[in-house]
Write a protein that binds this ligand. Structure first.
Ligand code: FES
Ligand code: FES
Length: 225
């Protein structure tokens, strides 16, 4: 975008003859003031932004009803601990975990239920947290990757198995893979390789390290046996 630093005026001649030529209209001059300096531009942006923000605030305030703020407050059971938090009615669990509670081990990639990066356990069953509304999981036991560490600080069997088998490549999908494997082993501590493949089928890996993750799951099952 070009910003003129020198105020100036520009004249534009408008030819207002109609295209059919049936109704000639007298020519006239239109003067366009294009004294647009960077300072004026920024003022305009700030003002309009502030106006929009204040407008949204006023509109939001008008919609608030008594008790609305209280409706946003809830307590989640995360990694065995009650975690009071404020969450909007249309907020996803992935957003709440990462942004409000700082549990950034849960990753968000597609944010629409396709890749599995955001997998967490609800009552020991893997779910995509980007596709769950926070207010719908109030009664559930939520486990994130941060909650897998043993009380003595050691890693879980899945984490240890993944390390021993060098399962991750870039590592971005790893928390989701860990959580899906954890869900599998909690339900079935001695899976076959095919069962492990099925259990991790909802976790995409752009690095294509699928076999390495399966090796990690099978190693974790050995550690648990
Ligand atoms: S980020 Fe949730 S499934 Fe991809
Ligand atoms: S290890 Fe890179 S995306 Fe899976």
């Amino acid at each position: 975008m070009y910003f003129s630093t020198t105020p100036k005026r520009q004249s534009v001649a408008a030819d207002s003859e109609g295209s059919t030529g049936m109704r000639p209209v007298p020519r006239r001059k239109i003067t366009v003031d294009i004294r647009l300096s960077r300072r004026r531009f920024i003022k305009g942006v700030i003002f309009s932004g502030a106006a929009a923000a204040s407008g949204a605030y006023i509109a939001g305030a008008q919609q608030l009803r008594p008790g609305a703020v209280m409706d946003r407050l809830l307590t989640l059971n995360i990694n065995g601990r009650p975690r009071p938090v404020e969450a909007g009615p249309s907020e996803t669990l992935a957003f709440t975990l990462r942004t409000r509670l700082g549990l950034t081990g849960t990753k968000v990639a597609c944010n629409r239920g396709e890749c599995g990066a955001c997998t967490v356990l609800l009552d020991d069953v893997p779910h995509y947290s980007c596709s769950l509304l926070t207010h719908t999981v109030k009664q559930r036991a939520i486990t994130t990757v941060e909650g897998l560490r043993m009380p003595d600080g050691s890693l879980s069997a899945v984490q240890q198995g993944f390390i021993e088998e060098l399962s991750p490549q870039c590592g971005f999908c790893t928390p989701g893979q860990v959580m899906s494997a954890e869900g599998l082993l909690r339900a079935n501590p001695s899976p076959t390789r095919e069962q492990a493949r099925q259990a991790l089928a909802g976790n995409l890996c752009r690095c294509g390290a699928y076999d390495h993750y399966l090796n990690g799951v099978m190693r974790a099952a050995e550690l648990l046996s």
